[in-house]
Design a protein around this ligand. Structure first.
Ligand code: NA7
Length: 318
């Protein structure tokens, strides 16, 4: 069993900018935007929103992470409820469906405010359709408007303003978020007013990615057993019609053993769990995805939860 060290947590660099921002001609909305969750994704997004002139109010469970944003001009609040009070549109970007629900239904959560007239709530955390429907229902019962805006892309793509946004729900909220989405994403899709659809699309894309990664890891592990250079395999792969920017990048990470988290393994396994739950409810058979999930679960058990998803290679080498 390899000795596993935690990947280094990178501090947010408030001065770094995505190269694409200058070309986007962004006119910031006059609205005040709340932001709940300053993890790697959240902090990267908020940094760019502040830079492009948006008025932002933030909250994070671990309060220390708010400090750089205060210095950059954001207002910090003590609870999610306080953020909702101070903002017109509130984004949430936390680890998982449970965290997303806690922030809405929990103690000091969004719904404690009772009257959400003139407020809108945007769920950016990766959640399953049922969680999104529950959150949307809770917001609407308090007279608020709801949009799910799932963010597809890695932490690197977030830093480059190259995410893809998959949105569904209230169209007016989607339109009011235009300058924010233009800041952080290269493409934004409105997938209809039915809440849940955008979550389904996001999880379907994650399935393609996870299954591809496990296939890549197994093939490279076999090459390694034959003592064939992984870099040679990747160079040849690059010349084939199978190549993709993602698989090339992940293949290089596997060859180097560099698992700096761009898409944390724990997030990918969470997504597979959500996919398999959806499939279970539909009696949809997904044998390859089930095995892929087992591979991710086992790699987590080996201590690679916080590493990049490409760390599935470590498990394949056993
Ligand atoms: P990170 O960097 O792991 O950050 C996770 C964030 O979620 C961080 O701000 C956490 O607060 C917060 N969190 C997690 N659970 C909770 C609960 N229960 N209550 C409040 N806050 C919570 O993830 P990323 O930023 O990379 O990704 C965030 C989402 O974007 C994720 O759904 C991706 O799929 C898309 P902490 O700082 O630990 O106090």
């Amino acid at each position: 069993r390899p000795v596993v060290t935690r990947p280094e947590t990178q501090a947010i660099d408030m001065n770094s900018r995505s190269n694409t921002l200058a070309d986007r001609d962004i006119v910031p909305s006059d609205l005040t935007f709340g932001f709940l969750g300053l993890g790697m994704m959240g902090s990267t997004i908020v940094k760019d929103l502040i830079y492009t002139g948006h008025k932002v109010v933030v909250w994070n469970r671990t309060i220390d992470k708010c400090q750089p944003f205060v210095e950059a001009g954001a207002e910090v609040k003590d609870t999610p409820m306080d953020v909702v009070e101070a903002a017109d549109i509130i984004f949430c970007c936390v680890s998982d469906p449970k965290g997303a629900k806690d922030l809405v239904f929990g103690n000091c959560g969004v719904l404690q405010l009772k009257d959400l007239r003139n407020k809108a709530y945007v769920e950016m955390s990766t959640v399953d359709p049922d969680t999104s429907l529950d959150i949307g229902e809770g917001i609407k019962q308090c007279n608020g408007r709801y949009l799910e805006a799932q963010i597809h892309g890695s932490r690197q793509e977030a830093a480059e303003g190259m995410l893809i946004i998959l949105a569904g729900g209230d169209r007016t909220v989607f339109e009011e978020c235009h300058s924010c989405f233009k800041t952080i994403a290269k493409n934004t899709f409105f997938l209809g007013t039915d809440v849940g659809n955008a979550c389904k699309v996001n999880l379907i894309l994650q399935t393609i990615q996870a299954v591809s990664l496990v296939g890549l890891a197994e093939a490279l592990a076999l090459a390694d057993r034959f003592s064939i250079s992984l870099n040679d395999i990747i160079d040849i792969f690059d010349l084939t019609s199978m190549k993709s920017p993602l698989l090339l990048a992940k293949g290089k990470e596997m060859a180097k053993g560099d698992f700096n988290p761009q898409q944390p393994l724990s997030h990918m396994q969470r997504d597979l769990r959500l996919v398999l739950n959806m499939a279970e409810n539909l009696d949809q058979s997904m044998p390859v995805t089930s095995i892929t999930n087992e591979v991710f679960k086992h790699t987590k058990r080996l201590g690679y939860s916080e590493h990049d998803s490409s760390a599935v290679f470590v498990r394949s080498r056993f």
